[in-house]
Design a protein around this ligand. Structure first.
Ligand SMILES: [Zn+2]
Length: 158
């Protein structure tokens, strides 16, 4: 009876240990999972993000600065540089403006070219028309020539 009880207690003890071990294991698993999640969530510190800036930095030296926005870089903080974005946008705007100016110049050149061609065509046509239509002097000369011809044909008419 006592033995049976002892066995039962022993078994119970084993079970209890098993339950506790399982509980410990669950807690440990949860702790590790939480730690991992926290590590994932934690932003990467500047000393890693800005490894070049921190390459020659030692405690006691002035803190390095962001070479884009000139902010002080604290080793364990996470510097989200907004200067970089802005600078980039500025550069982009400048580039767009210059590209637009180039396009406008090109449009102007093409427009000028066509205008010149049109002018030339008009001038050519005008010159052709001028050739077709004799000037008043030419008309006079032609008339005189014609009169001379007539006089030549009828020498006694005058
Ligand atoms: Zn910055």
């Amino acid at each position: 009876m006592a033995r049976a009880k002892g066995v039962w207690v022993e078994d119970s003890g084993l079970n209890l240990k098993g339950v506790e071990a399982k509980k410990d294991w669950k807690q440990e698993k949860l702790r590790l999972r939480t730690e991992r999640a926290e590590r994932r969530e934690r932003p990467v510190p500047n000393r890693i993000c800005y490894v070049e800036e921190f390459a020659n930095w030692r405690p006691g030296l002035p803190l390095p600065r962001c070479n884009r926005c000139d902010s002080t870089l604290f080793p364990e903080a996470n510097h989200k540089c907004e200067g970089f974005v802005k600078k980039y946008v500025d550069h982009d705007d400048e580039w767009r403006e210059r590209a637009e100016a180039r396009r406008a110049e090109k449009r102007e050149a093409i427009h000028e070219h066509y205008a010149e061609m049109r002018e030339e065509r008009i001038r050519d046509r005008w010159e052709e028309e001028q050739e077709e239509m004799p000037s008043s002097e030419e008309l006079e000369a032609m008339e005189e020539e014609r009169l001379n011809e007539i006089q030549g044909e009828y020498p006694d008419a005058g």
